[in-house]
Design a protein around this ligand. Structure first.
Ligand code: GUN
Ligand code: ZN
Length: 432
């Protein structure tokens, strides 16, 4: 017997990038029906069309005033930084030394990682994030703790152990231990439930050439794994990479020489990426994780989304917690709009919503599974409350235009507007 359930509420989702497909790429049903069968979308459309035909024994949950959206997708976040978010001080390399590395050392302890994993996933789901691509610490146990917790919740999550044989004292692996632990994690966890593995060289300054080469070899051995790293986040980092790899044409080329630029590679930041690098990423089908709250927090610079898109590179949104200042992909989307304004190239709210959902899914090559309400997609979704705060209620009173509603939810909202979250049709968070 299959499990069939329905929800009646407003619905919004993207079928394509509104910047390419026009406003019709974003579908809005003010009174809609979402039908879910065995954790997958079975139908999505106007209630007036689908409701009357619904079999009488199918339970319908009515959510008046709520907007159902596909769950948000965070394409770049650090699990072991949950306890040091909002630690003052930048720029990047100083912040890493002062706050990040000390916090990550604690993840050698499995009990610490287990407790943090529950808090981390709770926070993602409270914010409506149903899929994330996650950096673990250098310790294998940190990723095992996260995978175990995500598997128990049936969450779609990609993660990897940071490779950093050139890291600081107490946070270093070696080419051999990094390879063996990565292979072990892939063997034990990748493709279990909805888990995926990302080979994770932290960044060019923390791995030796031998370790980067080893990461490339691991990638070549497993066509189902991803690759995540950082690229051209700050000018000082870019200069240091140029000194460390004088033969490379630019920062991306360091990774490219080791086979790390592929259609399953996601590069965090890319604020200072060269035109050549953007062109190369587009050709390879690699994606950028745009992390605007982090870029502002560390003073890294303002990523030019329009420039990346003009090169044809796929882009998703990343919170980059703990340099990012919020777990909310909505808040991150608002910051992306701010950054675009500063470049004089405004980001349309529907496009920002696309980045938070289907765009993120595309960046992770998961758009055949998540990111929209198209039939067959996994039913990971959220209920948004446009009256979640007194200010939102005032601002949106009488507003019916979805573009205006979504923009206000991004600018004025965060976890408070996510009233419920479902994974594969099962409720996993309900706001108190
Ligand atoms: N580059 C290398 N490691 C990190 C990190 O943990 N956070 C950010 N924002 N950039 C990095
Ligand atoms: Zn990062």
């Amino acid at each position: 017997m299959s499990d069939v359930r329905a929800w009646r509420a407003a619905l919004v989702h993207c079928l394509d990038d509104p910047a390419r497909g026009g406003p019709e790429a974003c579908v809005h049903h003010p009174d809609g029906l979402l039908l879910v069968e065995d954790g997958h979308v079975a139908a999505c459309g106007p209630w007036a069309e689908l409701g009357p035909a619904l079999a009488a024994d199918i339970p319908v949950e009515r959510l008046p005033g709520r907007i159902l959206s596909p769950g948000f997708i965070d394409t770049h976040i650090h699990f072991p930084q949950i306890d040091m978010i909002a630690a003052f001080g930048g720029p990047l390399l100083d912040w890493l030394e002062a706050h990040t590395f000390p916090a990550e050392r604690a993840f050698a302890d499995r009990a610490h990682a287990d407790a943090a994993a529950q808090a981390f996933l709770d926070e993602l789901l409270r914010n409506g994030t149903t899929t994330a691509m996650v950096f673990g610490s250098v310790h294998r146990a940190s990723v095992e703790a996260l995978f175990e917790a995500a598997l128990a919740r049936n969450m779609r999550l990609i993660a990897g152990k940071s490779l950093m044989d050139g890291g600081p004292e107490g946070l270093r692996d070696t080419v051999e231990t990094g390879r063996d632990e990565t292979e072990g994690l892939i063997r034990d966890w990748s493709r279990r439930g909805r888990l995926g593995y990302a080979v994770t060289p932290r960044f060019a300054l923390s791995s030796s050439p031998d370790q980067l080469a080893s990461a490339g070899e691991i990638l070549r051995r497993h066509d189902h794994v991803w690759m995540q790293t950082h690229l051209a986040e700050t000018p000082r980092e870019v200069e240091a990479v140029a000194r460390a790899f004088p033969d490379a044409r630019d920062y991306l080329d360091v990774y490219d020489r080791f086979g790390l630029v592929t259609g399953r590679s996601v590069f965090g930041h890319c604020v200072h990426a060269t035109d050549r690098a953007l062109h190369r990423m587009a050709r390879a089908g690699a994606a950028i994780a745009h992390c605007p709250t982090s870029n502002l927090f560390l003073g890294s610079g303002l990523f030019d989304l329009a420039r990346a898109r003009a090169h044809g590179v796929m882009v998703g949104l990343g919170t980059d917690v703990g340099a990012g200042t919020s777990f909310s992909v909505l808040t991150t989307a608002a910051a992306a709009c701010d950054a675009a304004q500063m470049h004089g190239r405004p980001l349309d709210p529907l496009h920002a919503f696309y980045l938070a959902t289907l765009g993120g899914a595309r960046a992770l090559r998961l758009d055949d599974r998540i990111g929209s309400f198209q039939v067959g997609r996994e039913a990971d979704f959220v209920a948004l409350d446009p009256a979640a705060t007194p200010l939102l209620a005032r601002r949106l009173a009488g507003v019916s235009d979805i573009r205006e509603i979504l923009f206000a939810l991004m600018v004025l909202g965060d976890d408070r507007v996510v009233s419920q979250t479902w994974l594969a049709g099962a409720p996993v968070h309900t706001q108190a």
